[in-house]
Write a protein that binds this ligand. Structure first.
Ligand code: CAA
Length: 297
């Protein structure tokens, strides 16, 4: 059943592991260190990527300090809690491990299967997948009950919601722990069923797909953006696609199209735009100045 399990105690988290050191992974590693106040270790496929992830987290903490969002003591505390390692051995004593690797089933299954061999039997595994089946992902694990979906949104520091995905096999303890973690991170959590796109991306994929179709059928980007404005979205559908990343956006749209071909836009047009590079034109500081009509040619 979808929903919060009643009367089940959450597991106490004393160390967090993050599989992946990319942009999103670094953002939530920082959040875990800041809000849970426990050691956080990140990993990736090369020392360079791990170092870049740790450096990115340090830069973000410096930025928060400069803006007065954290005290100098807190900034030092957060930095001291974060470390990086290319070896999974550093994850052996983590009780909450979340993956944020490439959004492809075989890649995610591979890292989860490997990490399960080094972590404690009762450690919980979480996946930040945005649309893949959590049940299928967990099917390669010895203990699929420990896998729960924990889906953040961009920008991680700002977006208030987390989707906690309960697959058929997910244990009550994993869901209760995910909800407790979300609360400590000061995020609002919803418990969703394990279906493509969960809740948020299913809704978003329709909006973004129809915006793309509008453009492909001849309406200029800025007109579609103006037309979408009354929906009250904080950014236009195209700005949002750039925020998420065009290749990631295309991937998300594709996975919805694969699940429901007649209902969702396929990511092909967006993939071509991703190859072109951009939808928005920008000034030297990176501020958006308009739309690039060549993007749909
Ligand atoms: N990191 C940290 N903080 C950030 C940030 C970032 N990347 N971007 C903005 N902020 C902070 C700003 O510092 C500012 O904080 P203060 O008010 O404390 O100064 C606050 O957010 C507001 O930012 P701005 O004033 O610069 O800009 P804004 O009011 O236009 O808000 C926005 C920016 C929060 C990104 C807003 O435009 C927004 O909510 N956009 C929609 C985002 C969205 O829908 N995300 C979901 C994407 S889908 C997804 O992620 C799912 C997936 O699986 C692919």
């Amino acid at each position: 059943p979808v929903g919060a399990p009643e009367g089940v105690e959450a597991k106490k988290i004393t160390k967090v592991g993050v599989l992946g050191a990319g942009l999103m992974a670094s953002q939530f590693a920082l959040l875990f260190a800041r809000r849970l106040g426990v050691p956080v270790v990140i990993t990736d496929v090369s020392q360079e990527r791990v170092d870049a992830g740790v450096a990115r987290i340090g830069d973000s903490v410096d930025e928060m300090l400069a803006k007065g969002r954290v005290s100098p003591d807190d900034a030092n505390r957060i930095k001291a809690l974060v470390s990086g390692s290319v070896s999974y051995d550093a994850f052996a004593d983590a009780d909450w491990v979340i993956e944020a690797v490439f959004e492809e089933m075989s890649v995610k299954q591979d890292v989860l299967r490997k990490i399960e061999q080094v972590i404690a039997p009762d450690a919980i595994l979480a996946t930040n997948t945005s649309s893949l089946s959590v049940a299928e992902m967990g099917s390669v694990l010895t203990e699929p009950a420990r896998l729960v979906g924990f889906h953040f949104f961009n920008p991680v520091a700002v977006m208030p919601l987390v989707e906690v995905v309960r697959a058929e096999h997910t244990s009550d303890e994993a869901v209760a722990t995910a909800l407790a973690v979300a609360k400590t991170l000061k995020k609002t959590a919803i418990v969703t069923a394990d279906q493509p796109g969960f809740v948020v991306n299913r809704v978003l994929a329709r909006v973004l797909g129809e915006a793309m179709r509008g453009v492909e059928e001849g309406t200029p980007f800025e007109v579609v953006a103006q037309g979408a404005a009354p929906l009250g979205l904080p950014m236009s559908p195209f700005e949002l696609l750039e925020l998420v990343g065009l290749p990631v956006g295309a991937h998300v749209l594709d996975s919805h199209h694969a699940a429901w071909p007649e209902r969702f836009y396929p990511g092909d047009g967006l993939k071509r735009i991703a190859e072109h590079g951009t939808i928005l034109t920008r000034d030297k500081k990176g501020n958006a100045t308009g739309y690039d009509p060549a993007a749909v040619k």
